[in-house]
Design a protein around this ligand. Structure first.
Ligand SMILES: Cc1cc2nc3c(=O)[nH]c(=O)nc-3n(C[C@H](O)[C@H](O)[C@H](O)COP(=O)(O)O)c2cc1C
Length: 370
């Protein structure tokens, strides 16, 4: 059987141990550094027998055993196993290994509580919430409120994350307006070599607008529940899966109540090539995440202005979500989950405001002992 070294590998030392990671396949194993020499023999398609002859000083049987192990870990791939490895190498070529390793190795992470973290905080191991320069000269700033648009200020301070929603159906014009104001074009600019480029109400690096919105409708007047793609240019919802349920959306978001109750959940993905075709250095990956943050904030503020409660989460089952959306997770990958609905009026939706006691349990400035 012909084997080749997987494209998507990184090697490093951790606590003195040599580690090889396939950031697509998810394997991360500490091995003898000799493993790197063995892998180096597989730049081109090679058989195990050919490779063994390249290591005359080593026992052929132990070489074979080591190669079988490297294959089992996914560090070597056969012709049958190459498809996703090749696809990732192609679509993330100029962003890898730096951004590719970060993105793919942090996919499908479990969503768990860490009691030891709470324990550490209770024990006083907490970073200061604020930074200050006690010895620096200071200018005390005027506290008089500025004369800005009152509606905007109201929206800004009214925005908060909501996690409990009314079961009432959302009026379609509200959803339609939300999608248009957040994801629809506000204008098109002439990008010269790059042609016409969309602008949105959110800034986006290079105006590449690589982010797509998939809308899971659970309770919107006149809209059959299901999974839709928001067609930006047409301002339409394209039905992808009428069998997609509220329960599925909830499962994909690690059973979070907010998604279980929201009439609408929006899954944001990135079409990577739209960004990487122009910005070829891995730093552009950071810009892509910033862009997602901008869109999410605009979503939250717009939802608030429309009388809705916004929600957002980074806790989702990446691969299952990508399967549900019908995207491959490589050329197009899931980034963020947003939701909105009419806030529940029964008192379930809200968090306690910090009282004096909570401040006493916090470290405000560096050096404070709570
Ligand atoms: C990137 C991101 C991820 C978040 N993930 C979750 C989440 O998984 N579950 C949740 O209940 N809230 C989540 N939140 C909401 C935060 O907990 C919330 O913004 C924070 O407590 C401050 O409250 P506020 O949004 O009401 O100001 C997330 C917020 C952001 C920006």
């Amino acid at each position: 059987m012909l084997l080749r070294r997987a494209h998507n590998l990184v090697c490093y030392w951790r606590d003195g141990a040599f580690v090889i990671q396939n950031y697509l396949g998810g394997s991360e194993v500490s091995l003898a550094p000799m493993a790197a020499d063995l892998l180096a023999a597989f730049t081109d398609w090679t058989t195990v027998d050919e490779a063994v002859t390249m290591f005359p000083d080593h026992d052929p049987d132990s070489c074979r055993a080591a190669l079988a192990e490297l294959h089992a870990y996914g560090f070597l791939v056969s012709e049958d196993e190459r498809e996703r490895d090749d696809r990732l190498a192609e679509h993330w070529e100029t962003w890898s290994p730096e951004a590719g390793a970060l993105h793919f190795s942090s996919k499908d992470a479990p969503y768990t509580e860490s009691p030891e973290v709470n324990e550490d905080f209770r024990a006083g191991k907490r970073p200061a919430l604020f930074k200050n320069y006690p010895a620096a000269d200071r200018i005390l700033l005027p506290r008089a409120p500025l004369d800005v648009d009152a509606g905007f200020v109201r929206t800004l301070y009214a925005r908060r994350t909501h996690r409990a929603f009314s079961r009432a159906e959302l009026p379609l014009p509200v959803l339609s307006g939300l999608l248009a104001m957040v994801f629809g074009p506000s204008e098109f600019l002439d990008g010269h070599d790059f042609g016409a480029l969309m602008k949105r109400t959110s800034a986006a690096g290079g105006s590449r607008h690589e982010l797509e919105a998939y809308v899971a409708v659970s309770a919107v007047e006149g809209v059959t529940p299901g999974l839709y793609h928001y067609n930006v240019l047409e301002h339409s919802l394209e039905l992808l899966d009428p069998a997609f349920t509220r329960e599925r959306a909830t499962h994909l978001s690690f059973d979070q109540e907010a998604v279980a109750e929201a009439p609408v959940t929006v899954f944001l993905t990135a079409v990577v090539e739209r960004m990487s075709s122009k910005y070829r250095a891995p730093r552009a990956y950071r810009v892509m995440l910033m862009n997602a943050g901008h869109l999410a904030q605009t979503f939250a503020l717009t939802a608030t202005a429309l009388g809705l409660g916004p929600f957002q989460t980074a806790a989702f089952r990446d691969s299952e979500l990508e399967d549900a959306l019908g995207v491959d997770g490589i050329a197009e990958t899931a980034l963020y989950v947003l939701a909105a609905g009419i806030p529940a009026a029964d008192g379930r939706d809200g968090e306690p405001t910090a009282g004096l006691d909570a401040f006493r349990r916090a470290a405000l400035y560096p050096g404070d002992h709570a």
